[in-house]
Design a protein around this ligand. Sequence first.
Ligand code: T1G
Length: 678
Amino acid sequence: MTSPIRTERHDNVLVVISDNPPVNALGQAVRAGLKDAIEEAMSDDGIEAVVIRCDGRTFFAGADITEFGKPPVGPNLPETLDTMEASDKPVVAAIHGTALGGGCEVALACHYRVAVPSAKLGLPEVKLGLIPGAAGTQRLPRLVGAEAALPLVVGGNPISAKKAQGIGLVDEIVGEDSLEADAIAFAKSKIGQPVPRASEGTANEDGVRDPDLFDRFRASQARKIRGFDAPNAAIEAVKAAGTMSYAEGVKKERELFTELMSGTQSAAMRHYFFAERAANKIDDVPKDTPLIPIEKVGVIGAGTMGGGISMNFLSAGIPVTILEMSQDALDRGTGTMRKNYENTAKKGRMTADQVEQAMGLLTPTLSYDDLADCDLVIEAVYESMDVKKEVFGKLDEVVKQGAILASNTSYLDVNEIAAATQRPGYVVGMHFFSPANIMKLLEVVRGEKTRGDVLATVMKLSKTIGKVAAVSGVCPGFIGNRMLSKRQGQANALIMEGANYWEVDEVLLDFGFPMGPFQMGDLAGIDIGWHRDPSKVTTVREALCAVGRFGQKAGKGFYDYDEARQRTPSDEVKQIIADFAAKEGKEQREISKNEIRERLLYPMVNEGAKILEEGMAQRASDIDVVWINGYGWPLYTGGPMFWAQTIGLDTIVEGLEKHGLPVSNYLRERAAGSGNFD
Ligand code: T1G
């Protein structure tokens, strides 16, 4: 098999080229080819400089993640990079696309780095539950300093070539279309000069002079890294670059890397990496299905959802015509959209020009006729089947043939909505999550008659607008809300049986969720949908509303809140629940946090198993993608289905039986058989 690495001589410069689609991952063949090419360059006196570049869309985008978890096969990257760096012949990395992870480490081991303006560089290993494992945590701080290195290594987000140049990671920005020629010229200009080696750099002394830098940075990231192991390891590795010799620092990095690689968090996060990509594929829709061009989108409803949905397209440069029933509602909606953009600009995440560009693509209207030439229309109107049917009937009359008609419904029957049109093949669910311009999840609801090209188009479009999409079949609550209803049902039952409501929240917070159900209730407002009659008490929420406990906005709901909105459990609420339970004839008892956790989470896994058995999700990993992106299931456990496999499906079955909760046949079969859902 030919090596993915080849070399070309340009006078006295050897250009080493990788051609390993799709992203030049540093798999075994690439590492071996790289090693051979470097040895060739070092042994040939006619070669006085080296350029390393990649064919295709990007410079090396990291180690080959598919090799992880398998026995290592040489040559190993760190040794190859050390040999290269030790050379006295200047080696230049010529970067385009995304130099990520091991790719960035290859660049760091080169003596110089040049990049095209559109290139990005980063060390995203923490997003896989790892840290860089080829000396990146030791070379980067020595090159750019501990302070500049920390966000890259601990946050894992890439930076632009320009920003990289600003911190000293990139030496020169070259022509977008002349990377190789400019890199060769740059290399030639360095022949005969002493070569700079990142491993010998001293920029990391900033971390030595200011040892509190690391604790301050850790504190600044506290909320984001809560529960994750890798970020703390990354901080320790960068710190080691300032307190240890290079060799000892590399050893420390290797220890930390090896420990993470063998842990459950990395396995979970590597699972998620592939799960997110798999979710975008529809098994029975061919990859080369022709897509429907989407050049103009219509949105019906300018409320919270309609406005948020519209912003996704406007931010992606796609014009939106937004329809409301009254000028006042239209003005309120578009005003809110502008305010949201301006708030983003205030945080420095958008320029004022970009705000105007986005808003400039918006066309408000009161007339359905203005939707006639839209390629896709999404309705975000009141969750009533009658209203939806009326809207789709009108759309069917007005909007051009071949356009996609989508409903943002969160649980209604998309087949029934489609039947209100003459074009059921073009009807699909696009369930966004509030706030729709922020939440990444998009549940694409496939009706019985939804066409393959419609689905393929919506899946591609979801990536264009920065969403993570997963396909759901038509069932109440689709995937996410259907499983959420099981957890909510148990949460309500638990407090009626005597569990402390604050412990229900604590169990989910400790598990890694951003919030528990009762905290969430207070935030959203306990009185949503309340009939306003204090004498009519048929639920715990009505009992709380009856005494003015409407939630955070009232200073009290399930919890009491101080001026800083810090919450405290309330004895009054505990008593209200106990009294209500007594009135309902419910015995109360002490309930442990372990029982709470099992009863909140295990029924969700059981419902996920039923969703798989009914074919409402294509694969178990899609359910993980839904829960991680739509409901804050902690990424470091891989999602509900991966987590269930990690703790053992038999454990789930035993737990459900212990608490007298239903066990689906599918789950029981899987537990007794393979022990997993795949
Ligand atoms: N290894 C194996 N396959 C990879 C891969 C990788 N590193 N990166 C992408 N793929 C596959 C991906 O599964 C998909 O396959 C196809 O390439 C296109 O990817 C030693 C230990 C580069 C920004 O974490 O961030 O280096 O679905 O759909 O949207 O210290 O891929 O087509 O079959 O994502 O254009 C560190 C991970 C590894 C980068 C391109 N590197 N990749 O995004 O395409 S650990 C990363 C990405 C490491 C070192 C450590 C993105 C991308 P398929 P895609 P994209």
